[in-house]
Design a protein around this ligand. Structure first.
Ligand SMILES: [Zn+2]
Length: 407
């Protein structure tokens, strides 16, 4: 297990100590301040075989070191708060021989958010933090509530009032202090920013806390390991806040530094958004380095309702460096893809996950991609967490039963 060497600013490259809890870079002269990357001295692992390193973790580890903690050799050296997150299935499509679905719905709380928040709460407990606050489009709230409960830490949650009912239910059930806001995640973020000092909250907002990226980077390690320590040709990622995209790219850098994969053949990173809220797509197409706030964001893919992601510049840089692309699909296309994959593959995708399956179909049709290119499509959450919003999109109502009398 590596001790953390320092935290590094993604904008000004300042090095900051991890001895006390940090949010964003305190040295940046330009605003917004850069997000911080966790850096380790990994030199003792160079030239090792990943199978040996992970095998040793699993052999020695006991129940705490399963799931994403199989990568503890490249994670902070602290005792984890774990609910069994990570090491999710890589499902092979029945219709597309070169397509794999990374099924993040298998995580605790049913989404990929478990990875980042497991690590953020692990570090919060390590630092002795007592009160965490988060603005969320829904799924991060549920995950924070669960891990905070497991760690005995207070969670203060702010999310839009029209989040899927599962997100509200789980946050309340886990004992979090929940405020429903008449607005979007950007409005929730403003409330947390205004009140955090007075309330003594530590802000674990997307990319304003360094360890959520570290948790999400395990998706990059996992997909490479599950494909036999080789990169796919492309990774499709539904992009709201974009931490997973940034985390996976960091994983690829580390994997190459360690010699665990051959450098030079990284996948194209494909960011997918809903046409009802597509700030990254608009910035990508305009050649811009940052997003403009998207007005009147609206989509039933709740996790994609992020009108201006904090990590916009980092994502745009990764998309261009990887020769990737950003594209949007409509809510109608998302719903059609949910039903297509449910009926033909037996997988009930989340709306966010179905945005990438719809985008895959589009890129095949436009010949931006060939059917033989090996791709990983991220289903970031279980479709069942969206029971109410998918039912509404399908105009599905429970039939009224006609009761028959006994005689
Ligand atoms: Zn900085």
């Amino acid at each position: 297990m590596p001790p953390i060497a320092y935290l590094e600013c993604s904008r000004c490259q300042a090095r900051i100590s991890s001895q006390s809890p940090q949010t964003v870079c305190s040295q940046c002269t330009d605003q917004p301040a850069g997000s911080l990357y966790v850096r380790y001295d990994l030199s003792h692992l160079e030239g090792t075989s990943p199978k040996d390193v992970i095998g040793e973790v699993l052999a020695r580890g006991g129940s705490n070191w399963t799931g994403m903690w199989r990568y503890r050799a490249v994670l902070p050296d602290v005792r984890p708060v774990t609910l069994g997150e990570g090491w999710t299935p890589m499902l092979h499509s029945k219709r597309h021989p070169a397509v794999f679905v990374k099924e993040e719905g298998a995580n605790p709380t049913g989404t990929f958010k478990a990875r980042g928040l497991a690590l953020a709460v692990t570090m919060a407990r390590h630092y002795g933090l007592q009160r965490l606050a988060i603005p969320s489009a829904g799924n991060a709230a549920g995950a924070l509530a669960a891990y905070a409960a497991a760690a005995g830490i207070e969670a203060h949650i702010f999310m839009p009032r029209d989040v899927p009912i599962a997100n509200y239910l789980e946050a309340v059930a886990y004992g979090a202090k929940v405020t429903l806001v008449n607005g979007l995640i950007s409005d929730c973020a403003r409330i947390v920013a205004e009140r955090k000092q007075e309330e003594h909250w530590f802000d674990v907002s997307t990319l304003k806390e360094p360890f959520r990226i570290e948790g999400k980077k395990t998706m990059g390690y996992e997909l490479v390991e599950q494909l036999g320590w080789e990169y796919p040709d492309a990774v499709f990622y539904p992009t709201g806040g974009g931490v997973g995209l940034i985390g996976m790219w960091k994983a690829f850098e580390e994997l190459e530094e360690l010699g665990w994969v051959k450098p030079g053949k990284r996948p194209r990173m494909i960011a997918v958004q809903s046409s009802g809220c597509a700030p990254v797509v608009r910035a990508f197409e305009a050649g811009a380095n940052a997003c403009q706030m998207w007005q009147n964001a609206s989509t039933f893919a709740a996790g994609l309702r992020v009108p201006k992601p904090y990590g916009d510049s980092m994502m745009l840089d990764i998309l261009r460096t990887s020769k990737g692309i950003a594209l949007s699909v409509s809510d109608e296309e998302i719903l059609a893809s949910i039903l297509d994959w449910a009926r033909n593959e037996g997988i009930l995708l989340s709306p966010e996950g179905a945005s990438v399956t719809a985008a895959y179909d589009k890129l095949l049709a436009s010949r931006d991609l060939t059917p033989s290119e090996r791709v990983v499509l991220f289903n970031t959450g279980a479709g069942l967490k969206y029971a109410d919003v998918i039912a509404e999109a399908m105009h599905l109502q429970r039939p009224v039963l006609e009761l028959q009398s006994a005689d």
